[in-house]
Design a protein around this ligand. Structure first.
Ligand code: PMP
Length: 366
């Protein structure tokens, strides 16, 4: 059977281990999943309440234009309706962008390592991928700019970045956007944007007014806690949105995900609580890491990439035996690290005890 020859070089996305799988394999009663940067606080109570009386017409196709959700978002963000495209998560947005803007004739520039789906999508479309090594976990925007040529179609910027959590300062981003040719699309993936601390954050939305070649990607999966519903969106100039609307499936988001996202988007209190609790628990965990002398990358997200005194895979295996699922950095392009989602305070207290034991054990061996 024919398939795109390029598929022979690629593998399906390797997802983090599922909780039940680990419970059975390691004979554990309790497993804490800190591997997919999900929201440990769940989601808005208002969504839960709404859901109890919710009887959608599942026999009818959803509104492919997502009118109500579109209006909810545009009202709050004060942007034009024609500037939003919805996707089944930011993941589908990435796929749609690749489909619309990449082909074997063009190239695309991204950091290495960064979120894996940019490269996956680009390679499937046959585009040449130019990967620019990160510096201390930060995108090297100067080198990324230098990599742009006449055949460059898209530059991907993940800020805050996954898997490091690093966030690009406004001046650096603006300097890049100012230099970048206007015919090159810049995709700024802001999946973790809500988690950026008050001290570091700045308004990226207003950049859409100046840069017609910019897409901001956002999601309901992280701060809003709706990862299971699969809904995200891109904000961009109308002319780009038109192209993505041609490519995307006509009913690519479900009625349920649209309706729940409307409720979730209005509940600022829930998101603010999540953000402040994450900030607090993360800060406490960073203090612990400082105490045991394990360095970590700067992070403005709900996860942290920790440098481990042995391979990340060994730490991952030790933790999994103790009921914690994290991501070994070897899978993410950062050997000798583990990426840990910031869980609930109680979960992180348990994790600290577990890591402390490992730390003591290592020091005994030395
Ligand atoms: N971008 C980044 C940087 C991510 O980490 C993720 C989720 N892991 C996504 C996009 C995709 O998010 P979703 O499809 O759940 O909206």
């Amino acid at each position: 059977m024919y398939s795109k020859p390029v598929l022979k070089q690629l593998k399906p996305y390797a997802q983090g281990k599922q909780t039940d799988e680990i419970k059975t394999a390691y004979n554990l009663d309790r497993v804490v999943k800190l591997s997919s940067n999900e929201n440990p606080y769940g989601y808005s109570e208002k969504v839960k309440e709404y859901f109890t009386t919710y009887i959608p017409d599942f026999n009818v196709y959803p509104d492919g234009y997502a009118t109500q959700l579109r209006q909810t978002i545009t009202d709050k963000l004060q942007i034009n309706e024609s500037q939003i495209v919805f996707g089944s998560g930011a993941d589908e947005m990435i796929q749609t962008i690749c489909r619309a803007f990449l082909s074997p004739e063009v190239n695309t520039v991204m950091a290495k390592p960064t979120f894996t789906q940019y490269k996956q999508g680009a390679v499937i479309e046959g585009a040449t991928v130019k990967e620019i090594p990160t510096q201390n976990g930060y995108h090297d925007l100067d080198k990324m700019f230098q990599a742009i040529d006449d055949q460059t179609s898209i530059v991907w910027i993940c800020s805050p970045d996954n898997p490091t959590g690093t966030f690009l300062e406004r001046e650096r981003l603006l300097a890049f956007l100012d230099q970048c040719p206007k015919n090159v699309l810049v995709v700024l993936d802001e999946a973790y944007y809500e988690f950026v601390s008050e001290a570091a954050t700045y308004d990226t939305l207003s950049l859409l007014k100046t840069y017609d070649n910019l897409i901001l990607l956002r999601t309901f999966s992280k701060a809003y806690g709706l990862a299971g519903l699969r809904i995200g969106y891109g904000l961009m100039h109308e002319s780009i949105a038109t192209k993505l609307n041609i490519v995307r499936g006509p009913f690519n988001t479900t009625k349920m995900s649209q309706d729940m996202a409307v409720i979730a988007f209005k509940d600022d209190q829930f998101v603010n609580d999540v953000i402040s609790q994450n900030q607090y628990v993360k800060g406490e965990f960073q203090l612990f890491l400082d105490d045991i002398g394990w360095p970590y990358y700067d992070t403005e997200t709900n996860f942290i990439l920790v440098k481990t005194p042995m391979s990340g895979t060994e730490v991952f295996e030790y933790l999994i035996r103790n009921g914690f699922i994290v991501r070994p950095g070897e899978m993410l392009g950062y050997p000798d690290t583990v990426r840990i989602t910031i869980g609930l305070e109680s979960e992180m207290e348990e994790l600290k005890k577990c890591l402390y034991k490992l730390h003591v054990q290592i020091n005994k061996e030395v």
